[in-house]
Design a protein around this ligand. Structure first.
Ligand SMILES: [Zn+2]
Length: 236
């Protein structure tokens, strides 16, 4: 069975999913699969079409918005683009008799293995590379900003959290999400300053933000940027 299509006034044709339901009105929603139409069981096609034509503007704008927010999942194959410190890095996978760990040269992340199309292996290697770099990179930044704040450099562990970029516990241990390594340096610096500030203020009071601001004056814009960037960073 093929999906029904709708010819829009602007000439565009879109296909949609039609679900007949026990209902009186026509319901429209935009899902990951596109337009889904819930229609009463006994509605004529021309009536359905009429309603869809009336809603054409809404449908189009919703579909466009979905497209704009859509983040392509990573294909662990040659030429895929990744983010590293806010810049573009391209995967370059070559066939080699022995498997090698990832190496960054200029803007290429080089990987060599027997089967260049082994996406599971490529994914594992890339993530291992990010974690290793993240630990080195974050440790260095933590040291620099701890010195600025006149506090001893706290112990650091990497986290894999889905919702948090960083945390600091009552024992003064800092955890940072390795995925942050994809973000531009000033964003990483902000998260580090934020967690370090918790060594002085274990809350989000005005006093806490004053501490953050003392070592990261642009924290407000950085926080906003990080929020907008989050879906992109979770691609990895
Ligand atoms: Zn906090």
């Amino acid at each position: 069975m093929t999906n029904p299509t709708l010819q829009l006034p602007n000439g565009e044709t879109i296909s949609y999913l039609l679900e007949r339901r026990q209902r009186r009105t026509i319901g429209l929603k935009i899902t990951a699969d596109g337009l889904v139409v819930h229609a009463p069981k006994r509605i004529f096609e021309y009536q359905l079409n009429q309603v869809l034509q009336q809603k054409a503007h809404w449908i189009l704008s919703k579909l466009k918005a979905r497209e704009a927010n859509y983040i392509e999942p990573i294909q662990w194959l040659n030429d895929e683009h990744l983010l590293y410190l806010g810049t573009d890095v391209q995967l370059q996978i070559t066939q080699h008799s022995t498997s090698k760990t990832a190496v960054l040269t200029q803007n290429k992340l080089l990987i060599a293995q027997q089967d260049p199309n082994n996406q599971t292996l490529t994914c594992r290697k890339v993530i291992a590379w990010y974690k290793k770099q993240a630990l080195a990179d974050f440790s260095r930044r933590l040291e620099i900003f701890a010195a600025k704040l006149h506090v001893p450099t706290p112990p650091l562990t990497l986290s894999n959290a889905k919702s948090r970029w960083g945390s600091c516990n009552s024992r003064g241990e800092v955890r940072l999400n390795w995925r942050l390594l994809q973000a531009p340096p000033h964003i990483i610096n902000y998260v580090i300053c934020h967690e370090l500030a918790h060594l002085k203020e274990m809350n989000h009071s005005a006093k806490f933000w004053a501490v953050v601001s003392s070592i990261c004056p642009d924290y407000k814009s950085a926080e906003k940027e990080l929020k907008n960037l989050s879906p992109q960073l979770h691609r990895l």
